[in-house]
Design a binder for this molecule. Sequence first.
Ligand code: HEM
Length: 454
Amino acid sequence: MNHFKPPYPARPKKQFNPLKALFYAHKNLLSIWPEFAFEKDFMHLKVLKQNIFIVNSPETVRKVMIENGMNYLDKTTQQVKALEPLLGNGLFISTGATWKKHRRLLSGSFDDAHIEMYSKVMISAIKDTEAKWDKLESGATVSMQPEMAQLGADIIARALFGEKLGSESAESVVAAFADYQTVVRQMDIPKLIGMRWFPNLNGKFGVGKNAAQIIHDCVDGIMEKATYKENADTLVAQFIHASETLDESESMTRLEIRNEIIVLFMAGHETTANVLSWVWYLLSQAPDVEKKLHEELERELGGKTPSYEDVNKLPYTRAILDETMRLYPPVPVLARQAAEDDTINGKHIPAKSNVLIVPWLLQRHKKHWKNPDHFIPERFMPDAKAPTKFTYIPFSAGPRVCPGKTFGIKESVLVFAILAQRFRAETTNGYTGGMDCRLTLRPSDNLPMKLIKR
Ligand code: HEM
């Protein structure tokens, strides 16, 4: 079969010099990796005075994420500084005892029983999008990335705050986030991954603080309304209930709950939206895959709305999703700071060094993947050979592995099980597979697509 090879940023033949690398990294973090980086096991860059280590083999990734995982729990100082005004001591950047306690509390709300409960709001939010799209004429152009971001936000808001409060508040939280992200986007990405010495181009942190205040006020307002009685099965009510009934060592303050809600909102909607957008794009370019998807949906669902149990009957839909996250990992670079000295690959890693784990490289590594740049969902079918461990980590691995992994997967399969039964999407002439990579990886220009009714 002739597999589709989606476009990717040109790969320089040689390592860029530091200034050139910074210039390009600022525009697109994925354009700086030379061809040889997709074959290396380990890299060390010394840029001006800063050590940056890149672990790029199953053994070195295992060492950083599992064997010595607690030594690499810290995000880089720059990431913490950038996100603290918004997240406070929220999970994404916290460490030590606070991280441990909050992680435990949060994980309890993401077990299978809870996800099954949230699947009801997933399905109702997706059906609302289906109804909205139904009102459009076949062939109408939509901006697919914002469409998927709105849907992702609607789902997480309904899971957090309940069907009614969630659908009412999703829009205002999304608007507050959009303002904040405009500011964060203008901050320097090289700094976020730990290049301390890169000059601050715009000094936007003050503006970031104001935008964060808007989000804080918005979420505080929603929390006031979210009583346990009416919304017992929502995430926020569970946290509030725990804070009112458990002792301090096992519960969170209201401020901490607000911080974690913002983390969940931030971490839970943009990543999923990006994956969903890339799936629509890849389906539009790979008719054989699209045909097999429709065959599976027709065979297993025959036009009905799927239930939570139906998700497990759709292995090809799931494989498309897995392959999309391989080619376009929503978080393509994970940055950590070593707490203490270590040795990796025989090399001394001084405390405070920045260590990068780069799913963009690992998941297209030439030693570990056949046809690494081609779109081949079949490699993720249940009867295919499993990928080498630690070469496929779209949800990270080790202590900070994404707690929303099952949530994100079930939600994404349901989106395609419902929407792809009714609609196909085609790229418009303007879009040729460009991408923006700042903290997360998304299609450029909001991915304009024509929606065709089936
Ligand atoms: C396809 C969807 C998703 C992808 C690919 C994804 C990916 C990731 C990755 C790579 C990290 C780790 C970042 C790092 O190690 O630096 C992470 C962390 C996290 N994710 Fe997700 N995520 C997804 C969906 C979600 C959802 C739906 C939620 C919540 C409902 C969520 C909540 C979180 C949280 C709270 C963290 C921080 C964990 C910690 O630091 O201990 N994610 N995610």
